[in-house]
Design a protein around this ligand. Structure first.
Ligand code: HPA
Length: 282
């Protein structure tokens, strides 16, 4: 388990020195593949504060295309809620201990973030889903075999046995649906399933996921969500469906395709994220 406190102290100090009014951040975001563009919109109170991972203790550089490796603090609008984004998620499949993968989530909790929005790119298991769809995560299934909370519990952070009945906050989900309706965005809903990667799943694994009740499949998110729930942070999750999961479509799976579909859906997805952050901060 990597202690998140040195990283949290460094980020807090950087933000305090540049614009203390951004502390505590009201909304935190962990941006999935290709969604780093959201951070570019945080110019509401002048230039956003950009903190490269290299300046944060214990944060390793990202190794995956589509992840920049920086934290960005700012606002969408002068009067809007303060926002802290992670542009460059850490993945378990990169070889990081799962205790390091959750460092950004714990860092955000330590800085006082009350609402965390987690986004990812995912494969569609539900046959009604199409590439480019956005899915609100109602719940998740962790088939990775690991928990970020394994090991001694830090009672200052949260309970030994956190309840996961409503890991994705029902009130936030209702707001997300409302905001989507307001802008005419067809929002899908479903269960996100994590296997761990980095190989894409086999068709047999996808059939198993479908049987178990999964609607989307990916390699991230549930670790950070589990850590955030443990720390008492309310979570909202969104999956950008970039492809039909293995065996359900015509084509073989590739990261290139994932990035291309994410790029094509980027503006619409980032617009929606911005609307959502505005709604949550009002
Ligand atoms: N499987 C796992 N992760 C993914 C996929 C997928 O099909 N698409 C995007 N991320």
């Amino acid at each position: 388990m990597t202690d998140h406190r040195p990283a949290a102290d460094a980020v807090r100090a950087r933000i305090a020195a540049a614009d203390a009014s951004l502390l505590p951040p009201r909304v935190g975001l962990i941006l999935g593949s290709g969604l780093g563009a959201f951070a570019e919109r945080l110019t509401g109170s002048g230039a956003a504060i950009e903190i490269p991972f290299a300046e944060v203790p214990d944060l390793p550089p990202p190794t995956v295309g589509g992840h920049r490796g920086r934290l960005v603090a700012g606002r969408l609008d002068p009067e809007g809620p303060s926002v802290l984004c992670l542009d460059g998620r850490l993945h378990w499949y990169e070889g990081h201990e799962v205790g390091l993968v959750i460092l950004p989530a714990r860092l955000m909790a330590a800085l006082g973030v009350e609402t965390l929005i987690v986004t990812n790119a995912a494969g569609g298991v539900n046959r009604d889903f199409r590439p480019g769809d956005l899915m609100l995560i109602d719940d998740h299934i962790n088939l990775s075999g690991v928990s970020p909370l394994r090991g001694p519990n830090d009672d200052d952070l949260g309970p030994r046995f956190p309840d996961m009945t409503e890991a994705y906050d029902a009130g936030l989900r209702a707001r997300a649906v409302e905001v989507a309706k307001g802008v005419g965005l067809p929002l899908r809903r479903g269960v996100y399933t994590v296997l761990g990667g980095p190989a894409y799943e086999t068709p047999a694994e996808i059939r198993a996921v479908a049987t178990l009740g999964g609607d989307a499949v990916g390699m991230s998110t549930v670790f950070e969500v589990t850590a955030a729930v443990h720390a008492g942070v309310k979570v909202l999750g969104l999956s950008l469906i970039t492809n039909a999961a293995a065996g359900l479509g015509e084509d073989k799976l590739s990261h290139q395709e994932v990035l291309e579909v994410a790029a094509a859906a980027r503006d619409r997805t980032v617009d929606y994220l911005a609307d959502l952050v505005r709604a949550l901060g009002s």
